[in-house]
Write a protein that binds this ligand. Structure first.
Ligand code: SF4
Ligand code: SF4
Length: 473
């Protein structure tokens, strides 16, 4: 029985409710009056329910879809301006006891090299990441209670935060690890993580059980209720995501929004981020073996509809997608992208030899971080290396209320300019630096508050002339 407040996954992701939502969306997908009223509601920037958003997603009318895209673009601009936050994944270990049929780290894969970074390896990787200019990491690891222990994660986080190489520092560590207990989430919070990320993979329970035939991840309810436990453990920034391609995308879309609604109803804080990965080729995984792949147009529509339905949430796209796809969805709603990524365990410090490849998926965007930063700026985006909120205690409901009211922009824009300036000074190629300096000059004029603008100008000067770092609003 559907109950948004229930702590049981079967209730807040109720299968019957999703089926009714899809039927409702089918019945109304050409109902212009209803679609117009949903678009009008969305213009208030307070979001949409999963039923309303599902109608927009199902709508085949070209003219209405153009309106949806335009609105998504506008909402993206209103909440995020032209800033794009940069991050990189760091794979700690690919040991895994689960049997996920879509991931090459599944336990039955006996030929993929298994690796776990030692603290010394982590040091080397992090220095390499700092030397690229990264300030924000997403840690990734398989599930292996013997090797990938909580103790190991806590030590790794401590190591990462402790490394200060030249002007570099990792200032925010997000973590994407298997569902765990409230006590463990509490430990992660105390260790200073930013966002806890866990992809649902699929909200369709029956498919989920088939796609996860063995290992602890087989327990759908334990996995789906993980964010509730994370919140109970004090982690108030959580990141949702589904792996598009596993089940029908409209089912996943409704489930994803119901999950967001549940977190908002039960804890007063919706998801900090939503990721939109698509199934990709990897080692022994062929996306053609799965029936539900989505094309680029559908993918763009999903991004636009999520943007409209959950305006306050950050949206993440990884290097699973190529440059062209990333370009298309950036202005429809994406606010964070990875750059210069390696999806193997190790690989930043030194490339893996051909016969020792441990990638989780093939990377479709192989450009360096410098190239990605330049590309963004050439399209008039401001690449941001900002990590200020969590360090200023702006997390959970505090962050959400600032975000929903639009006030967060007063911090994001200046912080983007100052962290970009740091990047340009320390890591950029001369060509990138020249483009960036021009962009910063132009964008400083867009800091609306006169006092704040003066502070930004002074800090930019201190970064350039006095080699000072880490200013933030
Ligand atoms: S998706 Fe995660 S849990 Fe599943 S096999 Fe891959 S690493 Fe393990
Ligand atoms: S100020 Fe906060 S919300 Fe804005 S970019 Fe920085 S960390 Fe993100």
């Amino acid at each position: 029985m559907y109950d948004v407040n229930s702590k049981c996954a079967d209730d807040f992701i109720d299968h019957g409710e999703i089926l009714e939502t899809l039927a409702y969306a089918d019945e109304n997908k050409e109902n212009i009056e209803l679609i117009d009223s949903i678009i009008e509601k969305a213009k208030k920037r307070k979001g949409l329910s999963h039923r309303e958003a599902s109608v927009l997603l199902a709508c085949p009318l070209e003219e209405k879809n153009e309106e949806i895209y335009r609105l998504a673009e506008q909402i993206k601009k209103d909440f995020y301006g032209n800033r794009i936050v940069m991050f990189a994944p760091l794979y700690l270990s690919n040991y895994c006891i689960n049997g996920c049929t879509y991931c090459p780290y599944h336990a039955k894969n006996k030929h993929i090299p298994r690796k776990q970074l030692s603290q010394e390896d982590i040091r080397r990787e992090v220095i390499a990441l700092q030397d690229m200019g990264h300030k924000r990491l997403a840690l990734e690891a398989g599930e292996d209670p013997v090797r990938n222990t909580m103790e190991y994660y806590l030590k790794s986080i401590e190591t990462i935060y402790s490394i200060k190489h030249k002007n570099g520092a990792i200032r925010r560590v997000n973590i994407n690890i298997a569902a765990t207990t409230v006590d463990n989430y509490r430990l992660l919070k105390e260790a200073g993580i930013g966002t806890y990320i866990l992809f649902q993979e699929t909200y369709h329970k029956e498919s989920y059980l088939e796609l996860h035939p063995t290992g602890p991840k087989h327990d759908y309810n334990y996995h789906t209720e993980a964010m509730d436990r994370a919140m109970e453990g004090g982690i108030d920034d959580v990141g949702l995501g589904v792996l598009f391609g596993l089940d029908k995308y409209r089912y996943e879309f409704a489930g994803l929004l119901m999950h967001a609604e549940h977190l908002e109803a039960a804890f007063g804080v919706g998801p900090h981020t939503i990721s939109v990965p698509r199934l990709k080729h990897a080692d022994d995984i062929d996306p053609g073996d799965f029936d539900n792949g989505i094309d680029d147009d559908t993918f763009a529509k999903i991004v636009a509809c999520i943007r409209i339905a959950v305006p306050y949430t950050g949206m993440i796209i990884s290097t699973r997608e190529n440059q062209k796809t990333r370009e298309r969805v950036l202005h429809l709603g994406i606010s964070q992208i990875s750059g210069g990524s390696r999806t193997s365990v190790g690989g930043y410090y030194e490339q893996e030899p051909e016969d020792e490849k441990s990638e989780q998926f093939d990377v479709s965007d192989n450009r360096t971080l410098d190239e990605v930063v330049r590309w963004l700026m050439e399209m008039d985006y401001i690449p941001s290396f900002c990590t200020a909120c969590y360090r200023e205690g702006r997390t959970g409901d505090r962050f959400m209320s600032l975000c929903k009211s639009g006030q967060i922009q007063n911090c994001c824009h200046p912080n983007a300019l100052m962290t970009l300036k740091e990047y340009l000074m320390d890591y950029a190629s001369p060509e990138t630096k020249a483009i960036g300096d021009r962009l910063i000059e132009k964008e400083t004029l867009n800091v609306p508050n006169e006092k704040a603008r003066a502070v930004v100008l002074e800090n930019l000067r201190l970064i350039e002339q006095d080699n000072r770092r880490d200013f933030r609003f």
